[in-house]
Design a protein around this ligand. Structure first.
Ligand SMILES: Nc1ncnc2c1ncn2[C@@H]1O[C@H](COP(=O)(O)OP(=O)(O)O)[C@@H](O)[C@H]1O
Ligand SMILES: [Mg+2]
Length: 222
C-alpha cells in the first residue's frame, strides 16, 4: 500500500435532537513517503477524520482508498490514539511489541518477515525508555506512555501511520525526538498523517492542511 485518500467524506454525529457535522466533505490524499500535518482548533474534526481513515467510524458519505479492510494489520496501518490505548497488564516493552506478537498469530512462524525485537529496543533507546522496558504503564509518566504508543506504531514499519496529538504530553526535546522518528518513517516510505497543535511539527511536515468546522484547506491556519 502506498498512501491513502479520502474523497468527499462526510461524518455526522447525532446527540438527541442535535446533529453535529464533524466532517463536511473532506478530500485528502497522503502519499507513501509523505509527512503531513493536520492542524486546527479543538472540535474542528481532526480526531474524527483519523477515526474514519482507520475504520473506527464509517463515513456517512464519501469514499476511502484503499477501502477499510478488516484483515489489515499494524504493518499496513498503525495508530497513535489520543488516549494512547496501552495494555495495562503488559510491560512497556511488550506494549511496543504487541503489533508484532499479534502478527505472529496470523502467519506461520517462518512467514514472519524480519525480527521486530531489535527495532523495538532501538526505538525504546531513541525515545529514552530503555530503562523502563519492564515497567507497566501505570508505573510510567504520561509522556513516557505516549512515547511507548509512538514506538508501538513504528515497530512494524507501517505503510500508513495516523497519529493524534502524539507530542501533546512531551517537553520540547522529547517532542523533537518523536517528530524525527515520524520523519524517518516517512523517509522509509510510510504515509504519515499527524494531527497536532505543535507549531514545530508543522515546520517539519512536507505539507500542512488546516481543519475548521469539518472542512480542510491547504496550508497552516492564518
Ligand atoms: N462520538 C461522537 N459523538 C458525538 N459527537 C462527536 C463524537 N465525536 C466527535 N464529536 C463532535 O464532532 C466534532 C469534532 O470533534 P473531533 O473530531 O474530536 O475534533 P478535534 O479532534 O479537532 O478536537 C466536535 O463537535 C465533537 O463534539
Ligand atoms: Mg482530537
Amino acid at each position: 500500500m502506498s498512501g491513502f485518500a479520502a474523497r468527499g467524506v462526510v461524518k455526522r454525529f447525532t446527540r438527541g435532537a442535535e446533529t453535529v457535522t464533524a466532517l463536511a466533505g473532506v478530500d485528502l490524499a497522503v502519499g507513501g513517503g509523505q509527512f503531513m500535518a493536520l492542524v486546527g482548533p479543538s472540535g474542528s474534526g481532526k480526531s474524527t477524520l483519523l477515526a474514519v481513515l482507520c475504520g473506527w467510524e464509517a463515513p456517512d458519505e464519501g469514499t476511502l482508498e484503499p477501502p477499510v479492510d478488516a484483515d489489515q494489520g499494524w504493518s499496513d496501518l498503525a495508530l497513535v490514539p489520543q488516549a494512547l490505548g496501552l495494555v495495562a497488564d503488559l510491560s512497556l516493552l511488550d506494549n511496543v511489541l504487541l503489533p508484532a506478537r499479534l502478527r505472529e498469530r496470523r502467519f506461520t512462524p517462518t512467514d514472519v518477515p524480519g525480527d521486530p525485537v531489535p527495532l523495538a529496543h532501538r526505538l525504546m533507546a531513541d525515545f529514552g525508555l530503555e530503562h523502563l522496558a519492564d515497567r507497566y504503564p501505570h508505573q510510567a509518566s504520561l509522556g513516557e506512555q505516549q512515547r511507548v504508543a509512538v514506538a508501538r506504531a513504528l515497530v512494524l514499519r507501517p505503510g500508513l501511520l495516523l497519529a493524534d496529538e502524539p507530542t501533546a504530553h512531551q517537553d520540547r526535546d522529547h517532542a523533537d525526538v518523536l517528530l524525527d522518528a515520524l520523519r524517518d518513517a516517512a523517509l522509509d516510505g510510510t504515509a504519515v498523517l499527524l494531527a497536532t497543535h505543535d507549531e514545530v511539527a508543522w515546520s517539519r511536515a512536507d505539507r500542512v492542511v488546516s481543519m475548521r468546522d469539518g472542512r480542510l484547506t491547504d496550508g497552516a491556519p492564518a
